[in-house]
Design a protein around this ligand. Structure first.
Ligand SMILES: [Fe+2]
Length: 252
């Protein structure tokens, strides 16, 4: 399974309005050309799709995604800037809106919605955590590599600002995930930068933040490619033997 993660595209209803000094639609279209060149099985956008929670912004997203070949599965999850109800109303059936479970021959991806209405912080909530618990312990998927995706970082990253707008129920999430042998990584956005850590108590499970397609925020960790300020994404592969590989992608 080959997955490309884009994040924090921050579209608006306008074609020309700049957000943080950049044109979100132009940057998103450039990112989609990069996506096509990697021939993924799935394109996942981990939140903050629409900066102004507008119908027009989601319609622009859907229209721009038409360049992606039909063979590529499309999935999205809401961020703090999104309106999950509007996303579900507007996106057509090709675009899967989380929470959802995506199944492939050699991997499973659970996409979660951490949008917490009127808050920059994230929250999964009891109902979704119960659903997650049921999904991760499903014995039919024993031995099948698992990825978890959400918008907010699932633990403290050592930065005062980001730690003030992280995931409120992160300890509950970590408790559920810690014993899951199949888990390979938890991927997220929100921070507009590359960041890499480990799940507490599980050195084998990577926690990975993807850069934004719109703009970068000051890097907490050095960019492995030496390009902390350019647009970027993450490529994730799980091979037939169940090996997990990931690569940070950057472009101008
Ligand atoms: Fe965000």
């Amino acid at each position: 399974m080959r997955l490309i993660q884009l994040s924090d595209i921050h579209l608006t209803a306008s074609y020309t309005k700049l957000v943080r000094g950049s044109n979100p639609l132009k940057n998103f279209k450039l990112a989609l050309q990069e996506v096509i060149s990697y021939c993924p099985d799935i394109l996942l956008i981990t939140g903050d799709i629409c900066h102004d929670e507008s119908k027009g912004g989601y319609l622009q997203c859907q229209k721009a995604l038409e360049v992606i070949p039909n063979s590529v599965e499309l999935a999205v999850i809401a961020g703090n800037h999104d309106n999950p109800t509007l996303m579900k109303q507007i996106f057509d059936r090709r675009i899967i809106v989380g929470p959802s479970e995506l199944n492939y021959d050699n991997a499973r991806v659970l996409i979660l919605c951490s949008h917490f209405s009127n808050h920059d912080e994230g929250r999964l909530g009891v109902e979704q955590l119960d659903w997650l618990k049921e999904r991760v312990f499903d014995r039919r998927y024993r031995g099948k590599p698992l990825l978890i995706a959400l918008h907010h970082q699932p633990l403290k990253v050592g930065d005062k600002f980001w730690d003030s707008i992280g995931l409120i129920d992160s300890s509950q999430l970590i408790e559920i995930l810690k014993p899951i042998d199949e888990l390979k990584a938890v991927i997220f956005g929100h921070m507009h930068q590359h960041w890499r850590g480990e799940l507490p108590g599980r050195k084998d499970v990577q926690l990975l933040a993807s850069p934004s397609t719109l703009c970068s925020f000051p890097a907490i960790q050095p960019c492995p490619l030496g390009k902390p300020d350019t647009s970027g994404a993450r490529l994730i592969e799980i091979d037939k033997q169940g090996n997990f590989n990931q690569k940070l992608l950057r472009w101008e």
